[in-house]
Design a protein around this ligand. Structure first.
Ligand code: ATP
Length: 513
């Protein structure tokens, strides 16, 4: 099945089973804004917990905060967002559609890379075991031509971005003969800068001074609280501050479902270090973060690093952790070495001294910062897109759709089914559930056949279903059915907690981090 079709199915599935709804859908929705439904919110909360615990419980030197979304407007001047948080936009005059110029160019480069990969795959098939990919890439003329085009465009592109050369960005689009996907025309406007921050007015007087912004990143709430936390928590460098919260960006092209939203959630951690030691910590956090992702068991090959060629205004090194989504490898998390840019600028703009006295070095300095910044919604998308599986079932007419969500993150951990609605089975089932519901998110279902009930739980990714039948009353055992293998076994009710604990508690995964 084409990747695009799979993506559409995942989106439809997310709606049908209460993971994600379009915001204000009864009014035809609001573009790039989404609501999490009754199942989605559980998964989201579990992801948050996995991240929060890994940061704050496993590291004695990392503490959390929860800062407000609104901040003093000077914050965003100091951080550089008022001046430089822009995306280059371009319009197609025929379709009247707006695009990000940099994204158009990146997609063009991806297309060329796809062409090369196609040639390589074709040749690999033709030559079988004797295929030498390196040699093929070095000698095949079509591959070489495309590679040259990629290299040339890339180096021009990086330069144009670094110099904010909007005219050259347009020239690259023209030279590459990029067409509008809608109108098919090359009739482009000039490239302009567009600030991504949403603004609003504070209080009842509307003047320039009362303009405030919805934060475009959570990080600044941490920077402005650096001294508060350091002093009241008696924190010693190196230490980190973690935060989960909403961020807002007026994205020019918001598409691909919850991958690029206008209101989204970030989980960020700013780690404050001695100047000069930042590269060591940058590598440390790169490794630590990819390990956190991989510990979920979705496949190591699904993740890769992408080092930035063009650095943001505040960074001296930056890399993304990319995940292989249905539309290809894309950023799920960024790790940035932000130098002393933010603290230094807040010191300048606020006129307050923001320094740390290092008792070992016996001197004051502005700490350097290494940050890890992950989009909660992108993480959510990586999990649901990886989990969505269509299976045909032996000897059955219909197959099943099963969400193979890592058990520790599953929205519902256990479904409890009485085989029938009579003979006291519902009462026994309720008793069992009343015992387990304090530790695990459980669902009780007595409607429809057991098979149908299994399908509904598969669709929301419940790792375990237990059935209470007549034998339960005799020997206090139930059947437990495993989501991925569909295997069933009979187990004593008394062992249920232990079996569940083993598979769904975060403890084991956290211990291995
Ligand atoms: P992109 O290049 O994809 O726009 P970015 O580099 O601007 O992302 P950062 O500023 O590094 O993103 O933000 C950190 C994280 O926040 C990203 O790795 C991503 O997971 C998440 N994020 C950023 N923008 C959005 C958005 N519009 N919707 C959902 N998540 C987002």
């Amino acid at each position: 099945m084409a990747q695009e079709d799979i993506f559409k199915k995942i989106i439809a599935h997310c709606k049908e089973y209460g993971f994600i709804f379009q915001s204000s859908e009864i009014y035809d929705g609001l573009s790039a804004v989404y609501d999490y439904g009754q199942i989605g919110v559980e998964l989201k909360n579990n992801i948050k917990q996995y991240w929060w615990d890994a940061m704050t419980k496993l590291n004695e030197n990392i503490v959390g905060i929860d800062a407000a979304i609104f901040m003093h407007p000077r914050t965003w001047e100091a951080s550089g967002h008022v001046g430089a948080f822009n995306d280059p936009l371009i319009d197609n005059k025929d379709s009247k559609k707006r695009y990000r110029a940099d994204v158009l160019i990146e997609e063009y480069l991806e297309k060329l890379e796809g062409k090369i990969q196609k040639e390589v795959d074709k040749a690999a098939q033709r030559f079988g075991d004797a295929f030498d990919e390196k040699q093929f890439r070095a000698t095949n003329q079509r591959v070489l031509d495309n590679q040259q085009r990629i290299d040339e465009t890339k180096s021009r592109f990086v330069k144009a971005l670094e110099n904010s050369d909007l005219a050259d960005l347009k020239k690259i689009i023209e030279d590459a003969e990029i067409v509008c996907p809608l109108s098919g025309s090359k009739n482009w406007t000039d490239v302009r800068q567009f600030n991504l921050m949403f603004s609003t007015q504070l209080g009842s007087v509307s003047d320039e001074a009362s303009t405030i912004y919805l934060r475009p990143e959570t990080a600044q709430g941490i920077f402005v609280n650096f001294l508060n936390v350091q002093k009241t928590g008696r924190m010693k460098i190196p230490f980190g501050i973690a935060q989960i919260g909403k961020a807002f960006r007026n994205e020019i092209v918001a598409r691909q479902f919850i991958f690029r939203m206008r209101e989204f959630e970030q989980m960020e951690m700013q780690f404050f270090v001695q100047p000069g030691s930042e590269m060591e910590w940058y590598h440390f956090w790169k490794e630590k973060r990819i390990k956190w992702h991989r510990a979920l068991g979705m496949g190591d090959a699904k993740y890769r690093f992408h080092d930035h060629e063009k650095l943001a205004h505040y960074a001296n090194a930056a890399a993304d952790i990319q995940f292989e989504y249905p539309m290809g490898f894309r950023e799920v998390e960024g790790i940035h070495s932000r130098t002393d840019f933010d603290l230094g600028n807040h010191e300048k703009f606020s006129g307050r001294k923001i320094q740390y006295f290092d008792t070992e070095l016996n001197k004051n300095y502005t700490p350097y910062v290494v940050e890890t910044s992950i989009g909660l919604d992108r993480m959510f998308l990586s999990i649901v897109s990886n989990a969505y599986t269509e299976e045909t079932l032996e000897g059955k007419d219909e197959g099943r759709v099963v969400m193979k969500i890592p058990a520790i993150l599953a929205p519902v951990k256990l479904a409890v089914f009485p085989l029938t609605k009579k003979d006291g089975l519902p009462e026994t089932a309720r008793q069992i559930m009343d015992e387990l519901k304090f530790d695990f998110n459980c669902q009780y279902e007595e409607k429809d056949t057991i098979g149908r009930r299994y399908r509904r739980q598969d669709a929301i990714g419940t790792p375990f279903c237990i059935t209470i039948d007549h034998q339960t009353k005799e020997d206090n055992t139930v059947t437990i059915r495993h989501r991925d293998t569909m295997e069933q076994e009979r187990v004593p009710v008394a062992k249920l907690r232990e079996i569940m604990e083993e598979k769904v508690s975060m403890r084991k995964v956290l211990k291995n981090l």
